[in-house]
Design a protein around this ligand. Structure first.
Ligand code: BGP
Length: 485
């Protein structure tokens, strides 16, 4: 029997994030967020480093006062005003689900205001209602690299345990307001990134740390606070809206050992364990046994209360979700490096690369899916995958993105293989389903979408939307439930 079939209720869709599409960053009462300090810089080689760099109070203030610089995430693709047109295009492709994020600072401008911002709640209710009009399931990320800056200044973001309470209040407002309308929630985007850099997701300012505090120690304590907050949000969701499901989300680093040298294999094993550290906590309800040695070796000593432990044990996530773009190598020795999502890697001679140097590895997705399902035995949502590429709009407003169709087709084929391997996969939302501002580069020229947006790296363009060749292709993939590729 050809069981490489997709389940009848498979959730085909696409993914975005508030800070990369909405714009209107100071409209309707929204507060400043960490993504508002992301400046477009000319030198491509410095862009990923800028996204991951520690930030200081002074540099944040300079960015907020900078009248000259270009901050593309403050304008996005103007989804805030164009969401009805955009959702109509997603519906035309036949989307079953749409992943977007709610910007915490649109609901609580200072992060922990007494009362929520009504205009912010109304905007997201309008988006959710528009999606449901087309029977598109909202898949909502509660925090996607746009932490409320007021809480960075007030209590250094997730470095403070107090931020757990602010997040819990934010969660309660969302789950109460949207009860019965939203079935799938995710707390933090790529929650394992905070272990590597504190500002992007944690809103941590390097110069607010005490003299004796190391970035690593603070980032892992902040990750612990986020996990406690995720457990509290899961408990709240199950109480307020029992039909809804809570997921956790990581960036998957599928890294292969470069040689058969046992020490290199061991390094790759350790790298894999670290990639799953935080999802182990949220999916299994406790820190994994390997974490003790990992923390000792890093000089990390977490402050964990008995209440924390009980919360984590009692409120594990309902599904696992992850972003997957490429695979990497655990090198035996130095060698030609290539770029990657968040982390660079040594080049793999068996793989081609995107124009941004990310190694294209569809089989790697099947490998990850098998590893993840073996580890957790819970439903899996692939919430980011895709090819960032320089698309060209023709004079008759067409984009021939066969390269993107090839990339997605190859990855969908491997999802079908993983389903036949027995992996329980519930949905697939390719990243940047409509062109948007790149997370790492703040550039529009790194396009992922089925829909072209007429906007360039300098913020110029009509903002008109045009269907690419992949728009019609994906429409057929969805209508045939993955049969026609
Ligand atoms: C992930 C983020 C997304 C998205 C993606 C692509 O890490 O969760 O927000 O941007 O990376 O990265 P980039 O936009 O840098 O190409």
């Amino acid at each position: 029997m050809n069981n490489k079939k997709f389940p009848e209720d498979f959730l085909w869709g696409g993914a975005t994030a508030a800070n990369q599409i909405e714009g209107a960053t100071r409209e309707a009462g929204k507060g400043w967020t960490t993504s508002d300090t992301s400046k477009f810089i000319e030198e491509p080689e410095k862009r990923m480093q800028q996204m991951l760099a520690p930030m200081t109070i002074q540099r944040v203030q300079e960015a907020l006062e900078d009248a000259e610089g270009l901050y593309p995430k403050r304008n996005g693709i103007d989804f805030y005003h164009r969401y009805k047109e955009d959702i109509a295009l997603l519906a035309e492709m036949g989307f079953k689900t749409f992943r977007f994020s709610i910007s915490w600072a649109r609901i609580f401008p200072s992060g922990d205001d007494e009362a929520p911002n009504k205009a912010g709640l109304q905007f997201y209710e309008n988006v959710i209602d528009e999606l449901r009009k087309y029977h598109i399931e909202p898949l909502i990320t509660m925090s996607h690299y746009d932490f409320p800056l007021a809480l960075s200044f007030k209590q250094n973001g997730w470095a403070s345990r107090k931020t757990i309470d602010a997040f819990e209040k934010y969660a309660e407002v969302l789950f109460t307001r949207f009860k019965g309308k939203v079935k799938y929630w995710i707390t933090f985007n790529e929650m394992n990134v905070i272990g590597m850099t504190g500002y992007l997701s944690g809103g941590i300012l390097a110069d607010k740390l005490a003299e004796n505090q190391s970035n690593t120690q603070v980032n892992f304590q902040a990750a612990h606070h986020q996990m406690v907050a995720a457990a509290k949000a899961t408990a709240l969701l199950h109480k307020i809206d029992p039909e809804a499901k809570m997921g956790c989300m990581i960036v998957r680093f599928e890294n292969y050992p470069e040689t058969t040298n046992p020490t290199t294999i061991l390094t790759a094993l350790k790298s894999d364990q670290e990639n799953f550290l935080f999802s182990d906590v949220l999916m299994k309800g406790r820190y994994p046994s390997f974490s003790k040695r990992l923390f000792d070796e890093r000089g990390i000593s977490l402050s964990i209360t008995p209440e924390d432990e009980q919360l984590l044990a009692d409120n594990t996530a309902d599904f696992f979700s992850f972003s997957y773009y490429m695979s990497g190598i655990v090198a035996e020795n130095e060698g030609d490096e290539t770029a990657g999502n968040i982390l660079a890697s040594k080049a793999n001679p068996y793989l081609k690369k995107s124009e941004w140097g990310w190694q294209i590895d569809p089989v790697g997705l099947r490998i990850s899916l098998n590893k993840i399902y073996d580890r957790y035995q819970k439903p899996i949502f692939i919430v980011e995958n895709g090819l960032g590429a320089k698309d060209t709009l023709t004079v008759d407003n067409k984009v021939n993105d066969d390269y993107r169709i090839d990339y997605l087709r190859a990855h969908i084929e491997q999802i079908a293989e993983a389903l036949a391997d027995g992996v329980d996969i519930i949905g697939y939302t390719p990243w940047g389903c409509i062109d948007l501002v790149s997370a790492s580069g703040n550039e529009m020229s790194k396009r992922y979408g089925f829909i072209y947006v007429d906007l360039d790296d300098n913020g110029d363009g009509s903002l008109e939307r045009y269907k690419k060749a992949s728009f019609d292709w994906y429409q057929k993939v969805i209508s045939s439930n993955g049969e026609v590729l």
